[in-house]
Design a protein. Structure first.
Length: 302
């Protein structure tokens, strides 16, 4: 069992029953903060995550960690059951659903606003039925028609992230002319599929997809030109947390910093993204990044 301490009032980390017995009203997307960037906490229910090595691969440990993020101030908990790190083995939908649906249900009953990180429409539909409030899809250019149809049917917020290929092929697909303009153009191309299906513009959140089919320099270029994505007219989500390009920057004697050694750099990029107008940031260390977005909001306030 996971050794994480339980959040106040929840009992031991291995016993989430009080949360299940006393459901709270689910948080609503419409009630998210508007005076600062939103903080989305990452909850990987996988055995092969690059960032935490499967620490939350049991039901009890995943729920306990989700509760800790809620009490740390996370606005959204992003639950995923398939690793999207480069080279990761793809997971079938049934296994993905087995991993995440009980977690989604428990945390939604605890009052959290849940995002589900999935490429699969069947998983997305079941997660919405279990209490999730938005879908975060890394498919990018490979988005499936059934996902487009689902988002149109359900009318829920949807994160449209830019990517090419899949985790096994994306590293070989990082050739761009102007990376900022090309990513904007490709996001617009995919977005138009959603518009054609009847998805409302306000449902869509765009993510430039740092680390997905981009090399280190391209990631820095996208982060430095984040304000240019405002041309799309949608909220902007940024995910830099513990990614390889930060590890490369912090390398010592030719060795990249380990994922958990990248948290301070993540906080710095969060502040930069928030100051450039990001609607939200997707992070592992909720408390530190919440501080960063508050500072950024104060700095840019008139």
């Amino acid at each position: 069992m996971d050794s994480l301490a339980a959040a106040p009032g929840t009992g031991p980390a291995t016993s989430p029953l009080p949360v299940l017995r006393e459901p709270r009203p689910a948080a609503r997307f419409e009630d998210l903060p508007t005076d600062r960037a939103v903080v989305m906490g990452i909850l990987n229910c996988t055995p092969d995550s690059f960032s935490d090595g499967g620490e939350y691969n049991s039901l009890d440990s995943a729920i306990a960690y989700g509760l800790r993020m809620i009490y740390a101030g996370a606005d959204i908990i992003d639950v995923g059951g398939e690793s999207t790190r480069p080279g990761a083995v793809l997971v079938d939908e049934e296994e993905e659903q087995r991993r995440i649906l009980p977690v989604v249900s428990a945390l939604a009953k605890a009052g959290a606003l849940i995002s589900v990180d999935t490429r699969h429409a069947s998983t997305a539909a079941l997660a919405l039925d279990a209490g999730a409030g938005l879908i975060n899809d890394v498919s990018g250019m490979s988005v499936q028609p059934d996902m487009v149809a689902l988002i149109a049917e359900r009318g829920v917020p949807y994160v449209l992230m830019h990517s090419r290929g899949n985790p096994q092929t994306m590293d070989a697909l990082s050739s761009y002319g102007d990376v900022v303009e090309d990513v904007i153009s490709e996001l617009r191309e995919v977005r138009d599929k959603f518009f054609a299906a009847g998805v409302a513009p306000e449902q869509l959140i765009v993510d430039p997809g740092l680390g997905f089919s981009k090399n280190a320099q391209q990631n820095w270029t996208l982060l430095g030109n984040l304000e240019r994505f405002a041309v799309l007219g949608h909220k902007i989500l940024v995910g830099t947390s513990r990614k390889r390009f930060l590890g490369s920057l912090l390398s010592t004697a030719g060795k990249a910093a380990a994922p958990k050694e990248r948290d301070n750099a993540t906080v710095a990029t969060t502040a930069l993204a928030a100051a450039k107008g990001a609607w939200g940031v997707r992070v592992h260390d909720v408390a530190a990044n919440l501080d960063a977005v508050k500072v950024a909001a104060r700095q840019v306030a008139p």
